[in-house]
Design a protein around this ligand. Structure first.
Ligand code: CA
Length: 239
């Protein structure tokens, strides 16, 4: 698996590279957008880790140009941003980035995110698998059986009593731990295109789900609010 890291801050670029090389990925670094596009023309990577704030061509422009290239392999693009509000802008522009990670992030978070992208890419290559189970440290969702379980302090798992909507919301979160979801994206996942109404309805369902899965709903451990953007689910995952 080939990864291209586009980041002008040397220290961050090296840290990302070291982390991914340790995990067995092959990495190249570009310090600016033009170099990134040059490298891209020579050999298309599977994943591009793309910093938003770059000198010259910024991350959005690089992302757009990569997407315009008529290459066989369409890479997954993980955008790095410094602040939550930038994510909002990136999502709003729908540049074609597949995922977003807000700095500062832990190496473990980065690796989990890259693996999640590659898992998606593998899934595209094979027949869609309908028997699917998502697992994080404390939660399991079995889409086949439509059963969600939680495991907290004790060793025993308890089945969660969720409405269909809450179940789908939890499955969405578990399918992609650590990913930031905007309300619009969650609405697309949960209601599809037939949704007409106030997108704050998402908040109501999040509140109900938190009451059922959080040890302290007022102080959420798992479903985190990302100010100005939406929500993300955090739990140690299986990697
Ligand atoms: Ca930068």
């Amino acid at each position: 698996m080939e990864i291209l890291i586009v980041e002008d801050e040397q220290e961050i670029a090296q840290l990302i590279k070291q982390t991914l090389v340790t995990e067995g990925f092959s990495c190249r670094i570009a310090n600016n957008g033009l170099t990134a596009l040059d490298i891209f023309k020579q050999q298309q990577p599977d994943v591009v880790i793309l910093d938003l704030m770059l000198p010259g061509l910024d991350g959005l422009e690089v992302c757009t140009r990569i997407r315009q290239q008529p290459y066989e392999k369409d890479p997954y693009i993980l955008m790095l941003t410094a602040r939550g509000e930038e994510i909002d802008r990136v999502i709003g522009l729908s540049t074609g980035a597949d995922d977003y990670l807000v700095k500062p992030f832990s190496p473990r978070e980065l690796v989990a995110r890259v693996r999640a992208l590659l898992r998606r890419s593998l899934r595209h290559g094979v027949q869609e698998d309908n028997s699917q189970t998502y697992r994080t440290k404390h939660f399991t969702v079995d889409l086949d059986q439509h059963v969600a379980t939680r495991q907290l302090e004790s060793q025993t798992a308890e089945e969660l009593d969720l409405t269909t909507l809450e179940f789908n919301l939890l499955s969405t979160f578990l399918s992609y731990p650590g990913r930031v979801w905007s309300r619009t994206q969650l609405i697309d996942k949960l209601w599809g295109n037939d949704f007409f109404g106030d997108e704050r309805v998402v908040d109501t369902h999040i509140r109900r789900l938190r009451k059922k899965i959080e040890p302290d709903a007022a102080n959420p451990t798992f479903i985190k609010t990302v100010v100005g953007v939406g929500y993300k689910f955090e739990d140690d995952n299986q990697f």
